[in-house]
Design a protein around this ligand. Structure first.
Ligand code: F6R
Length: 607
């Protein structure tokens, strides 16, 4: 959700913080702001609603000389998007930024108002500013005030604060992402909500546990110190040397990150195959399959959940293990039936999604083994699970998830195959690797002919609504295809199991509705009858189906032909890449902000 960056050190802090915020802007872009201590030791606060470029324009020409700065990009939760509600929130005693939600803000607001604190914004964050201000007035040290204020707030949050008296920065969190980093050579220390912001700027990362106060200080012999809430020193953090510099990406020749990320998929498929079939991923895979679970509780949100539905199908078919696919936001509150020998399996690109993390924690509390299929190495999910399978998608900047979906599904299928012993059998292993390589080849081909999909998008981008339909393994792909379209093109789109349309939604079909029909080799005849039902009601039919199928060509208004031969269980992924391109080009014709769709943020760290 919100992005946070803080920097303390001899280099120009404002520039480094702005650089970090640029990398995090895809996390939230309702507003941006920075607070820094200038060369006269005065606390400055600049904030602006809208994208980071608004703030940069507002700041004007630098350089701003500062050796301590905190910055924020906002995804609004409390209070509308305007300058006042933007972070940092500050007064002459401190400045602060926040990611998360203070759940008891209403009660604390009345308490603070009665003590004379005047609120300027509608945010929950300002409650923390109020608590700090009153605690500092009582004579507490800055760190004591941080601790006392943090003890009063409920909910999942990370706070980063700057003390104008010392220029020191303090950070503390509960169930929200936070990472510190040190660049020893430059005597610099940084803090962020995401290691990606620190890539190339630090030599070592430090991931504090919950309720650990991080003190970033230039006046201390240690640049970074960690304290428990009772004030004692602590080692409750994980330190890691991680070179993320290669992760910092740009759009290259593409107009959008999303388009670039769709195009990265063939290479990623190839490198994932090598990683788990013969490379460094083998030990992680062996660890993951050490114990065969009785049941699997597969939990995720959004696109990752749809990837989970495909994986569920694969695991159940191949291993005959009952696999319950659950949405993180539902699972955590449903009092699930969890057996001692069950496995909690969590799928996530970011590894920071609040509902997925809560589900993992619930499984852990119930003594289940937990495992992740995750992209971000070192993320909270990665650190909290007993075992992890990395999907190795690289940084995904486009808010709409594309390459992560493909890699999640493939990693899940590799896990399922390994559990079944396929990877211990040289012939079967070779077969599976050949299928992966065939998929990469076919995707390459589709990408080289994407102008055909672009031209269909140009004809269908102005319709009233879109139904994505599919049966069996194509049903989750229909759900994912519709999600992709609605989030980036801002049109109503729904994914349906083809056979379900006649149970209600078919009432919506008329000449203004498009049906994107996903037709693979499985359940072919049944799917065709469902298309006929829509055609009879004048719906516009866009079919993604087997090459050379004359019948499909005849009944469709637009036909995207695919070569399914030899792909077997990988076919749904192939179809999904066409869905990604279709959504991308429709959104492009509509002129939306594809990489930063309205109201969204890349990583959903609030409930
Ligand atoms: C949609 C999308 C979201 C995420 C969901 C889970 O394109 O990106 O639906 O899939 O918010 O996020 P992660 O995978 O980070 O847990």
């Amino acid at each position: 959700m919100c992005g946070i960056v803080g920097h303390l050190g001899p280099q120009n802090s404002v520039e480094l913080v702005l650089e970090g915020l640029k990398r995090l802007e895809y996390r939230g872009y309702d507003s941006a702001g920075v607070s820094f201590i200038d060369e006269r030791d005065v606390l400055q606060n600049y904030k602006k609603s809208g994208k980071l470029e608004n703030l940069i324009g507002f700041l004007g020409e630098g350089p701003f000389v500062a050796r301590s700065c905190i910055g924020h990009t906002r995804w609004a939760t409390h209070g509308e998007v305007n300058d006042t509600n933007s972070h940092p929130h500050s007064n002459d005693q401190l400045s602060m930024v926040h990611n998360g939600i203070i759940e008891n803000a209403p009660a604390l607001k009345s308490e603070l108002s009665s003590e004379g604190f005047e609120f300027k914004s509608q945010t929950d964050t300002e409650v923390f500013l109020g608590l700090m201000t009153i605690n500092l007035k009582k004579g507490m040290s800055f760190r004591e005030a941080v601790t006392a204020s943090f003890n009063k707030v409920e909910g999942n949050s990370a706070f980063v604060l700057i003390d104008p008296d010392t220029s020191d920065i303090y950070a503390v969190k509960r169930c929200a992402p936070l990472v510190c980093g040190i660049n020893e050579g430059q005597s610099e220390v940084l803090v962020s909500s995401d290691p990606y912001a620190l890539a190339g700027l630090v030599d070592k990362l430090y991931f504090p546990e919950d309720e650990v106060v991080c003190h970033l200080s230039s006046g201390n012999k240690n640049l970074l110190n960690f304290y428990e809430l009772d004030g004692s020193k602590t080692t409750r953090y994980l330190s890691k040397i991680q070179d993320l510099s290669a992760a910092v990406s740009d759009k290259g020749d593409f107009d959008h990150y999303m388009h670039k990320e769709i195009h990265e998929q063939p290479e990623l498929i190839r490198s994932l195959t090598h990683y788990y079939f013969a490379g460094e991923g083998v030990p992680a895979l062996e660890k993951a399959i050490k114990e065969k679970p009785e049941n699997i509780h597969l939990v995720a949100c959004g696109t990752a959940y749809y990837a989970g539905l495909v994986i569920k199908d694969h695991i159940e078919k191949l291993n005959r293990i009952h696999c319950h696919a659950e949405l993180g936001s539902e699972f955590r509150y449903k009092n699930p039936i969890l057996g001692k020998k069950d496995l909690g399996l969590f799928i996530s690109q970011s590894g920071e999604t609040a509902d997925t993390l809560a589900a993992q924690s619930l499984c852990k509390t119930n003594n289940l083994k937990t495992m992740s299929i995750v992209n971000v190495d070192g993320s909270t999910l990665f650190r909290d699970c007993d075992s992890n399978l990395l999907i190795r998608a690289g940084v995904e900047v486009g808010v709409a998830s594309t390459k992560a979906f493909t890699q999640q599904v493939l990693t899940g299928m590799i896990y399922s195959a390994a559990m079944n012993g396929i990877l211990d059998n040289p012939d079967r292993k070779k077969d599976m690797a050949a299928k992966f390589s065939l998929l990469a080849e076919r995707v390459d081909k589709i990408l080289s002919e994407e102008n055909k999909i672009e031209s269909i998008a140009s004809e269908i981008h102005n319709y009233k609504g879109y139904f994505y339909t599919g049966r069996g393994v194509y049903y989750p792909i229909a759900l994912e295809g519709a999600l992709k379209l609605k989030e980036i093109a801002y049109v109503h789109a729904e994914g349906y199991a083809s056979g379900e349309l006649k149970h209600g939604p078919i009432a919506l079909i008329d000449e203004e509705m498009v049906n994107v029909a996903l037709v693979g080799p499985e359940l072919y005849d049944k799917t065709i009858s469902n298309i006929q039902e829509i055609k009879a009601r004048k719906g516009i039919i866009v079919t993604i189906g087997p090459r050379g199928d004359e019948h499909l060509k005849e009944i469709s208004d637009h036909f995207i032909e695919l070569d399914f031969d030899g792909l077997d269980e990988l076919s749904p992924l192939y179809v999904n890449i066409v869905d990604q391109l279709l959504a991308y080009f429709i959104a492009k014709f509509k002129g939306t902000d594809i990489d930063k769709p309205r109201n969204l943020a890349k990583s959903v760290t609030v409930e």
